[in-house]
Design a protein around this ligand. Structure first.
Ligand code: PGA
Length: 242
């Protein structure tokens, strides 16, 4: 495990974007695993800048998003589909057919999970997975649990996650209660993982992920077992690391 500590959110976002760009330069048809939420927004902005100003080419890049809410239409401003196009895909030269996001509106959600897992395999697996981390230690929407869920699955969101994510919605009761998420095995099969975290409110979750016991009650702790994981943190998120 590598830990990179940057002075602030802007610097960590630039570092993450550089690592993604390096990966794409080395392997133009890279399969990226992508995250949503507040944390990666500046990283996406920097990648867009690199595309526009430095010709970073996404024409062969394939992407799989980590998760999606159940029951939100693609046009819903809170869907992760909408987020990804708004913050990233609309501004780079990625091909529509290379973009994969779980369909939270599928009639048969179990089938959708299986289809998604199959697609990741068909495309050769994820080369580089970007992760955020929840205050409760979740990665993707893998919430604290008694066991690790292996593959893409339907999740019931934690009250803490619903509360945290309600900041994007008008009212807390508008936050979906369920989501589709890649599982821990799906994430752990990625060849490389980069976890980004900033802000003091994540410091404890980050500390437990790196130094805590490897337990499904703190899902990010499983990353200690991955052979190529890099945490990129700002000083606040790294507060408890010596
Ligand atoms: P955030 O979410 O980036 O909005 O803090 C991260 C997460 O919950 O995984």
């Amino acid at each position: 495990m590598r830990i990179i500590i940057e002075d602030n959110y802007e610097a960590l976002s630039k570092k993450a974007a550089l690592m993604v760009a390096g990966q794409i330069l080395l392997k133009p048809n890279t399969v990226l695993g992508l995250a949503t939420g507040s944390t990666p927004i500046l990283m996406y902005r920097e990648l867009v800048r690199m595309h526009k100003e430095e010709d970073l080419d996404f024409s062969e890049v394939i992407t799989f998003n980590l998760d999606e809410y159940v029951g939100l239409d693609r046009n819903d401003k809170n869907s992760y589909y909408y987020y990804m196009f708004e913050n990233f895909f609309n501004h780079v030269n990625i091909k529509m057919e290379n973009i994969f996001i779980p369909n939270g509106m599928a009639d048969n959600l179990e089938e959708e999970c299986k289809r998604y897992e199959r697609l990741i395999e068909e495309k050769g697996g994820i080369d580089l997975q970007i992760l955020g981390i929840g205050k409760n230690g979740h990665i993707g929407f893998n919430e604290p649990d008694l066991k690790f869920e292996a593959t893409t699955h339907v999740v019931k969101l934690d009250d803490e996650t619903i509360k945290a994510n309600s900041r994007f919605f008008n009212r807390i009761d508008e936050v979906p209660r369920f989501a589709i998420s890649m599982g821990i095995k799906t994430i752990m099969h990625s060849r490389k993982i980069i976890l980004l975290s900033n802000g003091e409110e994540k410091a404890e979750a980050v500390y437990k992920a790196i130094y805590g016991p490897i337990v499904p009650n703190h899902p990010a702790s499983v990353l200690q077992l991955h052979p190529d994981v890099t945490f990129i943190l700002d000083r606040n998120a790294a507060k408890y690391l010596s």
